[in-house]
Design a protein around this ligand. Structure first.
Ligand code: FES
Length: 564
């Protein structure tokens, strides 16, 4: 295949004319023939006024371009979608697959010999990895980096675990209207991604674990000079990939690399959302994410990273403690260290280069874990034939084995209307059930699985209850919350047959979630379920409804999968 500007010529039936025309147009931007003869590094620009998590992207792009040009290649910046969690209705997850498709096709349609994908806010890196996994273009990733923390009355605040904690205090009447407004000004202190071990930090860390970005590129703060230097170094690495070739994401993401990601996910207190994103990435690679392996690793690899919401610190301390390379060293015995990286060498080389940070307590040793269990557990049972997940590291120990009466909400809207009603018949021992909030049901599987504690219970000081749903939960949230129940209610899953007043048993030690009715009654209710509702009549909503798969398959589109 031709390189540089000669790649992927527009089809006019005359290749010479196609190149002639392309050069004529691009020269309108002032490029010389010398520049246009260089290998090309595409740079995906995900800056958007709607995305403060990517507010530093213009500066990062300048640094990437510098790195590319210092190494003899031509940088070409192109815009792609950008998705921010708080500026995407009905939910950012609804748009992840669209961003993945758009990014993949722009990488394929435009001439580039390698690409730098700059992402950060929750769905962006997963979408970009899905795109690159389906592409033949070598790709290197550049996370935007975590934001700064703020302070309020002597307390440190970081988005967004503290967003939820402070909002919970407001709902329970502990703090008043004036104080919550003050807190609102202090929670997000700079551009960059949420600074706890939410989905953005988890996915950035996993990107580094899988060898797709430079060491420390996941954790260097968004506003530090170190991040800008990492951007320049990323540009340099991309120029080498463009000139000399290199491994594609498909070649890098072997089952061994995915297994390494699962080890790190369990050790870092990572987001439940990572399970859905990794399943989608695996689907693009032609194999299924091994949920049993995830669960088994959670029984061997304890929680080592002391970051909110499972611990107490923020990403800046994780970075100072050595970041992902130090974490990899801590779990080295569980890794396949032969896994290659996009910048050359192996994960074993990264581990070998780690120098210890004396006195740091943020990344613990396997012999001195923060908690003796891993982050995530995979549940089955009559309510979750294809599985469900719980972030056990952020759950209440006394609720890990619990039987309670179901209080059912039929949709996110139903929950929103009734959850705070003084007439809601609910006690702290009940189990809150939310259904029709999965990939098809909501649609887009919103982060509604962290059902708020009903206001009347919150006022009594209740901080946690068992909550179960087919929805997702923000990685920044905490509590005894069972998520991603598959299949979802809107796709005929048994969540649909629960009636308020039934009892449900959650037993995390036995890895089960069960509805306590006899088998005949269970079968009778399943047989009586109405047929699935029709989806939207047009557009992306129709495409999404007709083709989105279940959570255990990554909620990707069926037609985007690689053949298994
Ligand atoms: Fe963008 Fe949290 S809202 S990373």
């Amino acid at each position: 295949m031709s390189n540089g500007l000669r790649r992927k010529l527009t089809s006019y039936g005359d290749q010479g004319f196609s190149l002639f025309l392309r050069k004529a147009f691009i020269k309108a931007m002032g490029y010389s023939d010398d520049a246009l003869d260089r290998p090309i590094v595409g740079i995906a620009n995900t800056y958007s006024d709607y995305n403060p998590c990517h507010g530093n992207v213009p500066q990062l792009i300048e640094a990437v371009k510098r790195g590319v040009m210092l190494n003899g290649a031509l940088p070409m910046v192109f815009p792609t979608m950008s998705i921010h969690e708080s500026f995407a209705a009905p939910t950012s997850m609804f748009l992840r697959n669209l961003m993945a498709m758009e990014t993949e096709e722009l990488m394929r349609a435009q001439p580039m010999d390698s690409v730098v994908l700059i992402g950060g806010c929750d769905k962006t890196l997963p979408a970009q990895i899905m795109a690159a996994a389906s592409s033949e273009i070598p790709a290197i990733f550049l996370p935007t980096g975590p934001m700064a923390t703020g302070h309020h009355k002597g307390e440190r605040l970081g988005a967004c675990t503290d967003c939820r904690r402070m909002w919970g205090r407001f709902r329970s009447g502990e703090i008043d209207e004036a104080e919550i407004v003050e807190v609102n000004n202090k929670l997000v202190s700079s551009v960059g991604t949420c600074t706890v071990m939410g989905t953005a930090s988890t996915m950035a860390n996993l990107t580094e674990v899988m060898g797709l970005c430079l060491p420390k590129a996941a954790s260097a703060p968004a506003t530090h000079a170190e991040r800008v230097r990492l951007a320049e170094a990323t540009g340099a690495a991309a120029a080498r990939l463009a000139a000399d070739g290199g491994l594609t994401v498909r070649e890098l993401l072997t089952p061994a690399a995915i297994r390494n990601a699962l080890v790190a996910l369990q050790a870092m207190g990572g987001s439940t959302n990572a399970v859905v994103h990794l399943a989608a990435i695996c689907g693009r690679l032609g194999f299924k994410l091994d949920m049993n392996l995830l669960d088994q690793l959670g029984q061997r690899v304890p929680l080592l990273v002391d970051l909110q919401p499972s611990g107490q610190h923020y990403m800046a301390e994780f970075h100072e403690a050595g970041g992902v390379p130090a974490l990899l060293k801590a779990v080295a015995q569980e890794l396949d260290q032969t896994a290659p990286t996009v910048y050359g060498g192996t994960i074993g080389d990264v581990v070998a280069a780690v120098s210890d940070e004396p006195g740091q307590t943020v990344i613990r040793a396997m012999t001195d874990p923060l908690k003796p269990i891993g982050t995530l557990a995979v549940l089955h049972g009559n309510l979750a034939p294809r599985g469900a997940v719980i972030k056990q590291s952020a759950a209440s120990r006394q609720l890990m084995v619990h039987t309670g009466r179901a209080v059912v909400f039929d949709s996110v809207e139903d929950m929103t209307i009734r959850i705070d009603s003084d007439t809601l018949d609910v006690t702290a021992e009940d189990i809150l059930v939310l259904r029709n909030a999965g990939p098809k049901g909501a649609p887009g599987m919103p982060e509604a699985g962290y059902l708020p504690i009903p206001r009347k219970l919150a006022r009594q000081g209740v901080k946690d209850m068992v909550r179960i749903s087919d929805a997702r939960m923000s990685g920044t949230a905490f509590g005894t919350v069972v998520l991603h129940i598959s299949p979802e209610a809107a796709d005929g899953g048994p969540l649909a047959i629960i009636q308020t007043g039934d009892t449900i048993t959650l037993d995390v030690t036995a890895r089960r979630i069960d509805l306590n009715i006899d088998a005949d009654e269970f079968a009778r209710r399943m047989a009586a379920l109405p047929p699935a509702a029709a989806g939207p009549a047009r557009g992306y909503g129709q495409l999404y409804h007709d083709h989105v798969m279940q959570a255990d398959e990554g909620a990707d589109f069926d037609f985007m999968q690689a053949p298994q």
